[in-house]
Write a protein that binds this ligand. Structure first.
Ligand code: C2E
Ligand code: CA
Ligand code: CA
Length: 936
């Protein structure tokens, strides 16, 4: 573009001078005027545009534009008027004058461009600068001759003979080009204006070269220079148009679009706002209501546009709102909450804010009502209040009655109540942030807490009694319930532990337990404790290798001591026994009193092997037996008491009662062996016991089941004639066969069936006598019947024998009752009395097993016996043993002196028979003469 401007100018400057108008030179003034008027009009347009620019957009250049272009327009107009050929107005025209105005106009124009580019702001009213522009130009016009002289003075000759105007033109050209360069660099919002002005300045600068040397105003160069000026002003007009008209218009369009957008946004905001907006005018008539407001009021408001608020709102609400609305009209802000009933009778809650609705000038044009339906919020709030109140009441109740702690998911304490602090003796600060381990008593196993965590970790409630330790070290018991509070992912986020103090209850339980397992007299445990301990011991024996034992201890003849010394002394003795047992046992052994004078000791872990354990048990048992056998001091008397001890080793397959039974059997053995002894339970004994128990059971039914039989063994005289029989009892057992009397008679005594057995034998023996009574050969035969000690000592003994004799009708003289020496050791007088009573009836007596009793023979004389039976143990070895022979001889001599007959028992061979015969024995009994057998 620059080259298009420069090239024509170069062509004109360096090409041949061409007169363009030639013969039409006359049109030059008009043509010139027209060309000049273009720039004048453009200048005026710039002034007018600047003058009319909006107040809201006060450009910093407005006044500069007005000043510069008013002056330029005026000076250019004067230049046009003063051009040669123009009609003279005030003073004669002429080229020099026109050139002066031209140069002045261009100088002002250049300075104006510099002023505009500098951005210097001229203050004050626009009209003032307009007038200043006109005034300055007119002043230049008035002082034109003087000014021209000044011009000439300033630019004196000397620059290569170049005329003054030419030199000014070059200066202007340089000025324009510099200004153009400066303006082209401008940026920002004014860039379109300045680039237009830069272009104009460039064109003006180049155009000025046309006036450096010219000879005729009609020359092509002069006309081209004016053309350049027109072109420059086209650029200026375009710049002004862009800056002052097009840009504001574009901005207006953009701001209108922005406004429309904002309005749409505002509308959607209002439409979607959960709060209702109601716009009222100064008369409180409805102007606008948002959809939310319509919804809150329950009916569409579009139809009610222009109606007074009192006619729209429910009467009650309207009357409440009215003072506030009036206040808002006075510029106040009003807030109000009210409740009202809906058409369906539902209670509704509204919250209302009324503020003055102001226009752009801050004048009140009505009231803006912000309406919010708070029904749901109020309901939720009320529920929340209720829940909060309930929660706090619950919490207060819980805090008043329970020990409460809260922890996070790791068990760190986050909250404790006063009761927790009280019972644990820790302050709240000490507890919060720490773990429950702070109160751990160490009384529970790790698995106890592991199981607890496993339960609550799974979100389940855990219950249990826990022993805790307070700060001072004391223990307390709490019944504990731990409730997990689940968090987001269903995992426990917190735990609440609710505890009740059960220390007193635990103590009471402990005391009750102690009493229940305690023997009041000795302070030892009792039978219940032993049974429990034994159950535990059996369990333990399964798990551990150590063998235990159970000892049963019974004082010998304690009943007699009790009877002779009195119960208080007996109690005192038992206490001393307890003390000695404790001392003799090991610390861990469990000692109890089962009752009476029976004690029981449980030994744990006596040794790894059974043998080792038995040795140990025997040692301790002996120690006990020995300790108990030491003399006891009861007041002033000193007593010697012994004890029998039975011990059973503990094996895992025994239950408690079985163990007790075994120890008891061992004790029985100890007693049987002569007391003050220690016996171990022997498995063989067990078998014996078992069969004994079976036998006892069967024995009770023996008579009923007709299992008793009587066998008869003959007794012969020196001539081998049968003089009588001994009746021997047999038990025909259904599975065991014939049971010998040595086995079942002691059992029968033990279970008290010996009396009916005795009667049975007696009855059958008498029936046999009766059966033989009519036989002349046998009517004199005697029947000997064995009498047991229990039978003899029975108070009914005599009468029962008499009754049997009466009932059977047997001859009493044929009945012989056999007694043993041992029966005569106690109550001899009573026995003699009984014997005499029966003798008076004719019944005779025999002393059986004679010689084994080693008793004093002095009593024999008092006894009403007629027969001695030499025990078969003396007869057995009569040939070899001189001792036995001596005894037999002595018995025979004694019998002769007392006048009683002698029967030798157990005679099995002729040698024995001959020996006895030779020493004067009169009667014999034995297999040699006949075995005991049933009579046919
Ligand atoms: P005992 O009164 O000394 O009875 C004699 C025992 O010697 C009988 O044994 C008899 O069978 C056995 N005897 C007889 N001759 C011979 C012989 O030559 N050689 C050997 N080795 N033994 C001979 P048994 O029947 O077994 O009776 C044992 C004991 O049972 C009796 O001893 C008696 O004390 C008791 N007894 C038997 N029957 C009764 C009864 O009805 N009532 C009571 N209270 N005791 C009875
Ligand atoms: Ca006998
Ligand atoms: Ca005998």
């Amino acid at each position: 573009m620059g080259m298009l401007v420069v090239l024509p100018m170069l062509a004109v400057l360096y090409g041949p001078r061409v007169d363009l108008l030639g013969p039409h030179a006359g049109v030059l003034p008009v043509l010139h005027f027209a060309l000049e008027m273009f720039s004048v009009v453009v200048s005026l347009l710039v002034v007018i545009t600047a003058f009319q620019s909006l107040d809201t957009y006060p450009s910093p250049r407005t006044n500069s534009l007005i000043l510069v272009f008013t002056a330029v327009a005026t000076l250019d107009f004067l230049h046009a008027l003063s051009y040669s050929g123009m009609p003279p107005l005030l003073s004669p025209n002429g080229m020099p004058k026109a050139i002066f105005f031209w140069l002045s106009a261009r100088t002002v124009e250049l300075l104006g461009l510099v002023l505009l580019t500098s951005g210097l702001r001229l203050r004050g009213p626009r009209s003032a600068w307009l007038l200043l522009g006109i005034a300055a130009s007119l002043l230049v016009a008035m002082l034109e001759p003087q000014a021209r002289a000044l011009q000439s003075a300033l630019f004196v000759d000397g620059l290569g003979g170049m005329p003054l105007n030419a030199r000014l033109g070059i200066l202007l050209c340089l000025g324009y080009l510099l200004a153009a360069g400066w303006m082209a660099r401008a940026s920002g919002s004014d860039r379109p204006l300045f680039s237009a002005l830069a272009r104009a300045s460039f064109i003006l600068g180049i155009g000025e070269l046309a006036f450096i040397s010219w000879s005729s105003p009609t020359e092509a160069g002069v006309l081209l220079g004016h053309g350049y000026k027109v072109l420059a002003y086209v650029c200026i007009f375009r710049g002004i148009y862009l800056a002052s008209m097009r840009r504001p218009y574009q901005e207006m369009v953009a701001s209108r679009q922005r406004l429309a957008r904002k309005e749409a946004e505002y509308r959607s905001l209002v439409d979607n706002l959960p709060i209702g907006l109601v716009q009222l005018d100064t008369q409180l008539r409805l102007c606008f209501a948002s959809p939310a407001a319509e919804q809150s009021l329950g009916h569409p408001l579009a139809a009610l546009q222009g109606r007074h608020i009192a006619g729209i709102m429910p009467a009650e609400a309207a009357s409440k709102m009215m003072p506030g609305l009036l206040g808002a009209l006075q510029g106040e802000r009003m807030e109000l909450d009210y409740a009202l009933a809906s058409a369906t009778g539902e209670q509704l809650h509204h919250s209302v804010i009324a503020v003055p609705d102001r226009d752009g000038n801050e004048a009140t044009r009505g009231v803006l009502v912000i309406l919010q339906d708070t029904t749901e919020r109020t309901r939720v709030q009320q529920q929340l209040d209720l829940a909060t109140r309930e929660t706090s009441e619950l919490r207060a109740a819980l805090d008043a009655h329970a020990i409460v702690a809260m922890t996070d998911h790791r068990g760190i304490i986050t909250r404790v109540n006063d009761k927790f602090c009280q019972i644990s003796q820790y302050s709240r600060q000490e507890l919060i942030g720490s773990n429950h381990r702070i109160i751990n008593s160490g009384r529970h196993s790790k698995t106890f807490f592991k199981e607890m965590w496993a339960t609550i970790g799974r979100g389940r409630v855990w219950n249990g009694d826990v022993c805790n330790r307070a700060k001072d070290g004391s223990l307390y018991w709490v019944q504990t319930t731990i409730v997990p509070l689940l968090g987001d992912r269903g995992r426990p986020a917190q735990y609440i532990a609710i505890r009740a103090d059960i220390t007193q209850r635990k103590l009471a339980e402990k005391e009750a337990r102690r009493l229940a397992y305690h023997d009041a007299l000795t302070g030892l445990g009792n039978r219940r404790l032993m049974m429990e301990q034994l159950a535990l011991a059996a369990e333990r024996a399964q798990q551990m290798s150590g063998v235990g034992a159970l000892a049963m201890i019974d004082l010998d003849h304690f009943k007699e001591i009790n009877d002779t010394q009195g119960h208080p002394q007996g109690d005192s003795l038992l206490q001393q026994v307890a003390a000695r047992l404790k001392e003799a046992a090991r610390p861990d052994d469990v000692i109890v009193r089962l009752g009476g004078d029976e004690f029981c000791v449980l030994f744990h872990n006596l040794g790894a092997t059974s043998k080792e354990a038995i040795t140990r048990a025997a040692d301790i048992g002996e120690r006990m037996r020995n300790a108990l056998a030491q003399p006891y001091r009861l007041g002033s008397t000193v007593l010697n008491v012994t004890a029998s001890i039975g011990i059973s080793m503990i094996h895992s397959d025994h239950d408690a009662s079985e163990l007790m039974q075994r120890a008891d059997q061992a004790l029985y053995k100890a007693k049987e062996s002569g007391r003050n002894a220690l016996q171990f339970f022997d498995p063989r004994l067990q078998a014996e016991m078992a069969s004994r128990i079976g036998l006892l059971r069967d024995l009770r039914r023996a008579i009923e089941d007709d299992q008793l039989r009587l066998h008869y063994q003959p007794i012969v005289d020196v001539e081998m004639r049968v003089t009588g029989h001994e009746a021997l009892l047999r038990w025909q057992h259904p599975t065991l066969g014939m049971v010998p009397p040595d086995v079942f008679i002691p059992l029968a005594e033990q279970i008290n069936v010996i009396l009916p057995f005795g009667i049975w034998v007696l009855v059958n023996a008498c029936l046999q006598i009766k059966a033989w009574a009519d036989d002349p050969l046998r009517s004199q035969w005697s029947v000997s019947v064995n009498v047991s000690a229990r039978q003899l000592h029975d108070p009914e003994f005599v009468s029962s024998v008499e009754t049997v004799l009466d009932r059977t009708g047997a001859n009493p003289r044929c009945l012989r009752l056999e007694l043993t020496e041992s029966m005569l050791h106690t109550n001899l007088d009573a026995v003699i009395g009984k014997m005499q009573l029966l003798r008076e009836r004719g019944v005779r007596f025999s002393l059986d097993d004679f010689g084994t009793g080693y008793s004093s023979l002095s009593y024999l004389r008092q006894l009403p016996v007629e027969q001695l039976k030499i025990d078969r143990s003396f007869v057995r070895d009569i040939q070899n043993s001189t001792d036995d022979m001596a005894i037999v001889k002595m018995i025979l001599a004694l019998a002769t002196s007392m006048g009683v007959e002698v029967v030798a028992e157990g005679v099995e061979n002729e040698a024995q028979h001959a020996r006895l015969l030779s020493h004067g024995c009169q009667k014999f009994q034995g297999y040699l003469f006949g075995k005991p057998a049933e009579l046919r």
